[in-house]
Design a protein around this ligand. Structure first.
Ligand code: PBG
Length: 326
């Protein structure tokens, strides 16, 4: 017998052969498109550190949603930048707050065809930039839960299809589930940012959302980079508190956590391909150092292969035509 009998290259000979054997098939409907909505602007304002991406005024969001839908994307995740910030985060749960108005607009225009997810956090709405109520330099956990519950209910009242708590307060999923149920929103699911790490990759987002903490950092509530078992505990707790989907954030430096989530839990797993990950790809591509489409495809495929069912990504809107090209 001639050597070698097993030739792995037999199954790689043609594009069609490679395609029929492809194990990781990405669909635009697996992608969630984040949008930053700024109450104070009249036209889109480009975000310097996120080339090709802008903050939007409320009246441009429905059209942006339409463009994403034309690409096969079926979901958006909304972040608000309010005109006024304070120390209680009141504009996060105001009836006519930036997110509430945006949700209403999107639902009026796109109805059930677009899944509208509201990010439930306070950092963009607080003058100090932290994700909760601050007293004597400390972020208070339990006092923050009441406010997060109000934010979630106000988003549900505006028509949100899903709420996504991202403050990393203990008990936030349970508190929000109870608040939603009490208000009659037992059909609104919770997509929990369960394993959210304190990360350098959030820089461009904080510039865009003006949500950089004015003092200190988020390490007393977001997870430490080296933790692994703790992520499993966070996810288990969130599921027990009623999370319908769990999230790992960021994605690229935490593919092992995504993989563990998939291996351990039978709820949909979401991964957030965050602003700094987007910025690195764009910057290198603009310099001609990498091929943008090839690298984006490779990154999104890697995140899905690791175990993510859904990927939140700023690349969502322009991938349809080449997402699965080999
Ligand atoms: C905080 C929040 C963060 C992001 C969205 N909401 C992280 C942070 O500022 O600590 C980051 C998203 C991104 O970088 O794309 N609630």
């Amino acid at each position: 017998m001639s050597f070698p009998t097993v030739r792995m290259r037999r199954l790689r000979r043609t594009a069609a052969m490679r395609d029929i054997l492809n194990q990781t098939n990405l669909q635009p409907s697996n992608l969630i498109y984040p949008l930053f909505v700024d109450e104070s602007i009249q036209k889109p304002v480009p975000i310097q550190s996120m080339p090709g991406y802008s903050r939007l005024p409320i009246n441009r969001v429905a059209d942006e949603g339409k463009q994403a839908m034309a690409q096969g994307v079926k979901s958006v995740l909304l972040f608000g930048i309010p005109a006024k910030k304070d120390e209680a985060g009141t504009s996060a749960f105001a009836k006519n707050g930036v997110i509430q108005k945006t949700i209403d607009e999107l639902k009026k225009t796109h109805g059930e065809e677009l899944v509208v997810i509201g990010d439930v956090c306070l950092c963009e709405y607080m003058s100090h930039g932290h994700c909760g109520i601050v007293q004597d330099g400390q972020v208070l956990n339990d006092q923050t839960l009441d406010v997060l519950g109000k934010v979630a209910v106000s988003q549900a009242e505006a028509g949100a299809d899903v709420v996504a708590p991202s403050a990393m307060m203990d008990g936030q999923v349970g508190a929000i589930r109870e608040a939603l149920d009490d208000a009659g929103f037992d059909q609104v699911p919770i997509m929990a940012y369960s394993a959210k790490y304190a990360s350098g990759f959030y820089g461009p987002f904080r510039e865009a959302a003006e949500s950089t903490p004015k003092f200190g950092n988020r390490r007393s509530y977001q997870m430490s980079q080296g933790s692994q078992e703790e992520a499993l505990r966070e996810m288990e707790l969130d599921i027990n508190e009623g999370a319908d989907m769990i999230m790992v954030k960021p994605a690229l430096a935490y593919l092992d956590i995504i993989n563990l989530a998939k291996a351990n839990f039978n709820v949909p797993i979401v991964a957030y391909n965050v602003s700094g990950e987007y910025a690195m790809v764009k910057a290198a591509a603009q310099n001609g150092w990498i091929d943008e489409k090839t690298v984006i495809r490779e990154i999104l495929t890697g995140i899905k292969r690791a175990g993510a069912d859904l990927i939140i990504t700023y690349h969502a809107k322009d991938t349809k035509s080449w997402l699965n090209q080999t």
